[in-house]
Design a protein around this ligand. Structure first.
Ligand code: IMP
Ligand code: MG
Length: 180
C-alpha cells in the first residue's frame, strides 16, 4: 500500500500536532457546555477518535454517514443520507467533525439538516480544507490544514474505499488512477 504513494503531505506527527492544537481550541469554545460531536463516516473516523480524546470537555458523540462521491475522484453533486445520528439535537450545541471540505456540498447538507432540527449552535471542525474546490458556501470553524487542490488519501480518506488505514496523508501516484 505504501508503494502507491507519490508523496507524503502530512506525517503522523504533523497530524498529531494539529489534533492537539484543535483540541485546545475546541475545549475553550465549549467550556461549561456538553456539545454533541458528530463524526462524518467513514472518512472522519480516525480524526474523530483522536480529536475527541484531545478535547478536555464533556461531550456526547454520534456518527452520520453521507455519500457524495461513489468511488470517483470528483464530487457527483448530490448528497445522500445513508445513516442518521440517533441523538435529538434540538436545542443542542453541535460540532461536526469532517475529514475534508472540498466542494462544500456535504457540509452544506449537514449544516442545513442540523439547523432544520433546531440545533442551538453548529460549528465545524475539519482536518483538511480545500478552498480551491469550493462550489457552495460552507465554511469551517476549526481547520487542521489547508490543502492544495489535489486528491489526497490516508488517515480516513479513501480512494475507491482503499488507503483509509494509512497513518499519514499523502498523494497517490498518477498510475493508480489510470490503471482503474
Ligand atoms: P465535498 O462535498 O465536495 O465538500 O466533499 C466532501 C467529501 O468528499 C469528504 O468528506 C470526502 O469523503 C470526499 N473527498 C473530497 N476530497 C477528497 C480527497 O482529496 N480525498 C478523499 N476524499 C475526498
Ligand atoms: Mg470519501
Amino acid at each position: 500500500m505504501n508503494n502507491d504513494i507519490l508523496k507524503v503531505l502530512y506525517s503522523k506527527e504533523e497530524i498529531q500536532a494539529a489534533v492537539e492544537r484543535l483540541g485546545k481550541e475546541i475545549a475553550q469554545t465549549y467550556a461549561g457546555k456538553t456539545p454533541v460531536v458528530v463524526g462524518v463516516l467513514k472518512g472522519a473516523i480516525f480524526f474523530m477518535t483522536d480529536i475527541a480524546r484531545a478535547v478536555d470537555s464533556y461531550m456526547q458523540i454520534d456518527f452520520i454517514d453521507v455519500s457524495s462521491y461513489h468511488g470517483a475522484t470528483e464530487s457527483s453533486g448530490t448528497v445522500e443520507l445513508l445513516q442518521d445520528i440517533n441523538t435529538d439535537i434540538d436545542g443542542r450545541d453541535v460540532l461536526i467533525v469532517e475529514d475534508i471540505v472540498d466542494t462544500g456540498r456535504t457540509l452544506k447538507f449537514l449544516l442545513d439538516t442540523f439547523a432544520d432540527r433546531g440545533a442551538s449552535s453548529i460549528k465545524v471542525c475539519t482536518l483538511l480544507d480545500k478552498p480551491a474546490g469550493r462550489a457552495v458556501d460552507a465554511e469551517s470553524d476549526f481547520i487542521g490544514f489547508k490543502v492544495p487542490n489535489e486528491f489526497v488519501v490516508g488517515y480516513g480518506l479513501d480512494y475507491d474505499e482503499k488507503y483509509r488505514n494509512l497513518p499519514y496523508i499523502g498523494v497517490l501516484k498518477p498510475e493508480i488512477y489510470t490503471n482503474n
